[in-house]
Design a protein around this ligand. Sequence first.
Ligand code: AQP
Length: 325
Amino acid sequence: MRVFSGIRPTGELHIGNYLGAIKQWIELQEKNECIFCIVDLHAITTPYQPERLQENIMNLAIAYLAAGLNPERCILFVQSQVKEHTELAWLLGTMTPIGELQRMTQFKEKKKKHPEYVNAGLLNYPLLMASDILLYQTDLVPVGKDQKQHVELTREIARRFNKRFGKTFKEPEVLLPKIGEKIMSLQNPKKKMSKTDDPQGCIELFEKPEEIKNKIMAAVTDPGREIKYDPKKKPGISNLLTIYSLFSGKSIKELEGDFKGRGYEEFKKSLIKVLINYLEPFRQKRKRLLKRETFIKEILNQGAKKARLIAQSTLENVRKKMGLI
Ligand code: AQP
């Protein structure tokens, strides 16, 4: 199977990005042909600082590697280094009704969040994402739940194109993790954990142990003291149970049993230990990688070369089908 996914270089990765996306990628790279991207062109659709973008790209590449992506088992590259992404996005835009883009939840949310920055790129985000995916004739797109709607639109775009111009693109399937498809903020368990808002609600992948401790101890819980999974009545503790389960490998049922009658404080202290132990090797690996900038740049250059070959072949076919050559 061909797998494609990407993350925006907009700040430090958090455990939601890891559990929703990267953890699946690491398993998938063992048996599939995987392509993972740093989607910098998507990052500039929301407010950003140009002078920090290259640093964010490098940090994300380091995070990918520190979390376990293996450049010998997958292609890693930066989106803007493969120009075919923008060209295909334009072509797909010429056959996508504006209404389909305007009804995307992410567009509506980001519009609300940054009313001063509602640009055409933000509206066209799903076209660029469809182009990212379709260029590589992708079978599977492992993402968190918030991106599911964009993958569905990608399928629709592929179907429409194939119908009008003849079979050209594969229709990709979305792959959501069985649990952890939407990790919630520690401060507001009704909102998703997010890189660009509320740092207290979010545990970064390379967070210092002391900070992990503070953030988990301050995490919002629910009335009562029972450790029980019930996202409607106990959203706070259910979110923490999901995180605990995914980082410990224990099922939620098992954890409910282990913590029966033991209260929130004991549960949180145990979760802190699990998180610190799991994330420590990532922090160590990151420290080593921070000194290897040339090596990382080389991985990204090689990745872009390989990606370009696949992308060029798809785009040439698309141009032919559309009468451009
Ligand atoms: N809270 C989450 N739970 C599970 N999965 C998540 N993802 C993001 N947040 C959660 C998944 O991580 C991947 C990368 O996301 P992105 O950087 O492309 O943009 P995003 O979805 O908008 O992530 P953030 O953290 O909320 O970033 P900002 O603040 O920049 O908008 C995707 O697969 C996403 O589903």
